[in-house]
Structure formats: C-alpha cells, structure tokens
Design a protein around this ligand. Structure first.
Ligand code: AMP
Length: 113
C-alpha cells in the first residue's frame, strides 16, 4: 500500500518523530499551522475514524492518551490546544491514514468549520 504515513511509521521516509510505541507514532506536521503541530497515527494502517472497528477500541484509547502525552512533551498541556481529526471528503481528509492533529502554542481562532 502506498501510504505516506505508513512509510513514516516504518522508517521508509524521514519524519520528525516525537513518540513511538507498540501502537502509535507521533511526528511533526510538515506544514505546521501553529508553533506546535503534531500528528498522531496508529502504527497499523487504518483509513479513517470511519474505518475503526469495535476491536480497535483499545487502539482508539491509545491514540487519545498519546494526545495527552504529546501536549505534555510540547509544553502546551496547561496553555491549551486543539485536537482535530479530519474524516472523509467533507472533512477535507487529505491523507488516508487516520491521524489526530494536535495544534497549540498560540491561541486558536474561535470558529470551527
Ligand atoms: P488532513 O487534511 O487531516 O489529511 O491533513 C494531512 C496533514 O498531513 C497535513 O497537515 C499535511 O501538512 C500533513 N503531511 C502530509 N505529508 C506529510 C509528511 N510527509 N510528514 C508530515 N506531515 C505531513
């Protein structure tokens, strides 16, 4: 499968990796929209939230806990941050490997959508 995030997870192309464990990886977004912009991905290929199965409940929890860990590592836990998961066409998901954006280090704009 030709998936850019699988390639980062598998060290086939370079990424600015911040965290890696058995289940998830976190790396810096190549085109950051804020001082801190990190992507958290499952190590196994999952297309999107919509592709998660009930067997992935543990993995979904690992991804959320990695958000908390990244916020701590990036020193944005107390100042606050935004968590975004784009899903599908209307969500403007560009990379078809589930990823959580963790964005912070500056106040976010108020509006969503
Ligand atoms: P999305 O619209 O949620 O699918 O966002 C995809 C994100 O992946 C964008 O913010 C891109 O800047 C980011 N991205 C694409 N290619 C890479 C890469 N090779 N390394 C890090 N981030 C990437």
């Amino acid at each position: 499968m030709d998936c850019i995030f699988c390639k980062i997870v598998n060290d086939e192309i370079p990424g600015q990796l911040l965290l890696r464990d058995e289940y998830v990886c976190a790396f810096r977004d190549i085109n950051p929209v804020a001082p801190s912009h990190v992507l958290i991905v499952p190590n196994k290929h999952v297309d999107s939230i919509d592709s998660l199965s009930t067997e992935d409940a543990g993995l979904a929890g690992k991804l959320l806990l990695a958000v908390k860990e990244i916020a701590r590592m990036e020193n944005i836990a107390s100042s606050g941050y935004r968590v975004i998961v784009n899903n599908g066409v209307d969500g403007h998901q560009e990379v078809q490997h589930l990823h959580i954006h963790v964005i912070g280090g500056a106040p976010m704009q108020h509006q969503l959508g």
